[in-house]
Design a protein around this ligand. Structure first.
Ligand SMILES: *[C@@H]1O[C@H](CO)[C@@H](O)[C@H](O)[C@H]1NC(C)=O
Ligand SMILES: *[C@@H]1O[C@H](CO)[C@@H](O)[C@H](O)[C@H]1NC(C)=O
Ligand SMILES: *[C@@H]1O[C@H](CO)[C@@H](O)[C@H](O)[C@H]1NC(C)=O
Ligand SMILES: *[C@@H]1O[C@H](CO)[C@@H](O)[C@H](O)[C@H]1NC(C)=O
Ligand SMILES: *[C@@H]1O[C@H](CO)[C@@H](O)[C@H](O)[C@H]1NC(C)=O
Ligand SMILES: *[C@@H]1O[C@H](CO)[C@@H](O)[C@H](O)[C@H]1NC(C)=O
Ligand SMILES: *[C@@H]1O[C@H](CO)[C@@H](O)[C@H](O)[C@H]1NC(C)=O
Ligand SMILES: *[C@@H]1O[C@H](CO)[C@@H](O)[C@H](O)[C@H]1NC(C)=O
Ligand SMILES: *[C@@H]1O[C@H](CO)[C@@H](O)[C@H](O)[C@H]1NC(C)=O
Ligand SMILES: *[C@@H]1O[C@H](CO)[C@@H](O)[C@H](O)[C@H]1NC(C)=O
Length: 534
């Protein structure tokens, strides 16, 4: 506890009223408890040597002295009458308080002068109690925001005192929060807020001596940040470095932030997480710069936050598990000349998020937005729309994803069909339908006359033909490679979609019979473009 004297008005205060004869007739002497005092006696004329002196207190004799007798020096007690009649009191006690009067022989006819002795006790034994609060090593008290805090100050003064509580904050000061005259003074603050942070001073002033003593306590109001730490990253000015930024605002005092690396230990070793501390600081924001060469796929960078208001069991952190970019999309796209085509690429795995751009041609030139190329990025999906496709647009496109770990590209090949090709395709479809239609008719005819065909060696011939057809399917050969319309790309995500594929073939044998084989196929990504589907 820090005690200090604010002001000492006086240790010895005398109030005197002067009588008509020029001598004081009434005097009040104020003296602190425990001190020594000499009370003068004015009753004898200055030129007369007194023979006997007596001192009365509150009308009662307390001590007398025959001046003819020389006192032994050793006999000094609580009260002593000096040779000049003064009364010396050694070690004032509260019981010494009273009205003193001296009397001497020979008598002086002046009115007797009385002295009032007032004992005072400085404010002392001051205790300031602020609770509930915790005390820091430097004596500063800490309370939690929102709590109700009781302030109590007690002090002892004689005969009475005035107590006040004062506040000195950063924002404002209040010289009198509350005041009173008892032996203690208390007040409370409900739902304490950070503005109540500052110094609380209890002052005690002796009502008689005016002597003042004060005790001061520094009070801090702590509160925890509301959310979790936030992890962010950004490529540093030097591109070989990545900045990882951990911030945790809104608390007082500042938290301790730790950036570390966590490795997942194999399950056989108990699946524990081994950590390596990279940097730690008492701050709201901790930024670390990591050389890209130190980063790898699957690495976890973690920022732990510790705050005095949050127990260490209540873990507060944010983390990154680094992941390489992985752009996904259709590798083969076909478009018709004169139309618009949109190439789509999805980048959802990269962490930190990748920078995804489009490039074209084998030279990998960057695609810049223009009336020809419309670039769009919505969340993880990136699209490139090529307006008014021409034959020159045919070729390679790259969806390039880059994050601090690596660069990965999705290669897309765009095939452009001319409108004449599409006319041919329509004719092809028409022809195909025509042939299929007639084929069904012929097949039906063959079926209805199957008993006749099966007679003789007809059965054997049919088996051979079936083999022929099946082998055709396996080799994926097309009868009309140019006349086949290209389908828009199928979704690759469900690689198991079953499509009924019809392959038409005119028998190489002399007979005019035509066979239609219906065969369900599992579509595979690689040969999709080669399949004829309706
Ligand atoms: C003072 O002491 C002397 C010598 O002992 C004595 O003669 C005298 O009477 C005393 N005076 C008084 C007032 O007692
Ligand atoms: C009386 O004597 C004391 C010391 O012997 C001295 O301090 C004091 O001033 C004297 N009082 C008067 C009124 O002369
Ligand atoms: C003091 O007063 C008394 C009577 O009251 C008188 O007898 C005496 O002479 C006076 N003494 C002096 C020194 O004036
Ligand atoms: C005591 O410590 C706290 C926390 O470290 C600090 O904020 C405060 O200023 C210190 N007070 C004094 C008086 O040094
Ligand atoms: C304040 O402190 C005094 C002395 O320690 C004690 O007697 C009193 O009960 C306290 N007041 C409150 C409200 O706690
Ligand atoms: C100071 O405290 C007193 C007593 O609680 C209160 O009436 C007054 O409004 C306060 N002043 C300020 C500026 O807070
Ligand atoms: C770190 O993140 C915080 C919070 O978003 C931001 O205010 C600060 O500027 C960032 N610092 C750096 C160096 O990126
Ligand atoms: C980053 O690390 C690589 C390999 O360890 C090193 O060659 C390079 O100088 C480092 N870059 C910086 C800026 O420290
Ligand atoms: C192709 O894109 C351009 C530009 O966005 C637009 O004006 C035009 O209508 C589009 N054409 C078709 C057929 O969608
Ligand atoms: C598309 O391109 C062709 C050839 O460059 C041009 O003649 C035609 O006007 C363009 N169409 C549109 C809608 O821009």
């Amino acid at each position: 506890m820090k005690a200090f004297s604010v002001a000492i008005f006086l240790l010895l205060f005398m109030h005197q009223t002067v009588a008509a004869n020029g001598r004081p007739d009434k005097t009040t002497v104020i003296k602190t408890l425990g001190a020594n005092i000499l009370l003068p006696c004015w009753n004898t004329a200055t030129n007369v040597t007194p023979s006997f002196t007596r001192w009365m207190k509150n009308g009662q004799f307390i001590i007398g002295r025959n001046h003819s007798i020389i006192p032994t020096p050793s006999s000094e007690g609580h009260l002593t009458i000096m040779y000049n009649q003064s009364l010396y009191i050694n070690g004032l006690a509260l019981s010494d308080e009273g009205i003193y009067l001296c009397d001497s022989l020979p008598h002086d006819n002046n009115t007797q002068t009385s002295l009032t002795l007032q004992i005072v006790s400085c404010p002392g034994n001051g205790i300031t109690d602020i609770h509930p609060a915790t005390t820091l090593s430097n004596g500063t008290l800490v309370v939690h925001r929102g709590s109700t805090v009781l302030f109590n100050c007690s002090s002892w003064s004689y005969p009475s005192q005035r107590l006040t509580w004062e506040f000195q904050g950063v924002a404002y000061r209040n010289d009198s929060l509350t005041a009173g005259s008892g032996s203690w003074l208390d007040f409370r603050i409900e739902d304490i807020q950070p503005t109540a942070q500052g110094n609380y001073i209890c002052r005690a002033q002796n009502s008689v001596s005016q002597k003042e003593v004060g005790w001061s306590k520094e009070l801090l109001v702590y509160y925890s940040p509301e959310k979790h730490p936030e992890c962010q990253w950004k490529i540093g000015k030097d591109p070989s470095h990545v900045q990882f930024n951990c911030s945790w605002f809104g608390g007082y005092p500042s938290p301790t932030l730790l950036w570390g690396e966590k490795h997942q230990v194999p399950a056989s070793q108990g699946n524990e997480v081994a950590g390596q501390l990279m940097e730690s600081e008492v701050t709201d924001r901790l930024v670390i710069n990591l050389n890209r060469s130190l980063l790898f796929d699957g690495q976890t960078l973690k920022c732990d936050g510790y705050h005095p208001m949050i127990s260490t069991e209540d873990e507060k952190f944010c983390s990154f598990t680094l992941k390489s970019p992985y752009p996904e999309g259709e590798p083969l796209v076909t478009a018709l000349e004169g139309t618009n085509i949109t190439l789509t690429c999805k980048e959802s795995s990269s962490l930190p998020p990748a920078l995804t751009t489009w490039q074209r041609t084998a030279q990998q030139e960057d695609v810049v937005p223009s009336p020809k190329y419309v670039l769009l990025g919505q969340g993880p999906t990136f699209t490139l729309t090529i307006v008014n496709i021409t034959k020159q647009d045919e070729g390679l496109y790259f969806c390039r994803s880059e994050n601090p770990l690596m660069v990965r590209e999705l290669e897309i090949y765009l095939t452009v069909k001319t409108s004449s090709q599409s006319t041919g395709a329509i004719i092809g479809i028409f022809l195909a339908i025509l042939i299929v239609g007639s084929g069904i008719v012929i097949a039906k005819t063959v079926y209805s006359s199957r008993d006749r065909i099966c007679l003789g060696n007809g059965f054997e011939r049919m088996e051979e033909e079936r083999e022929d057809v099946l082998s055709l399917v396996e080799s994926d050969e097309e009868v009309f490679p140019e006349a086949v319309p290209r389908l828009p790309p199928l979704s690759l995500t469900n690689g198991h979609s079953t499509t009924l594929v019809q392959i038409h073939r005119i028998s190489s044998n002399d007979h005019e019979d035509e066979e239609i084989v219906e065969h369900p196929l599992q579509l595979e990504n690689t040969d999709m473009e080669e399949l004829v589907t309706f």
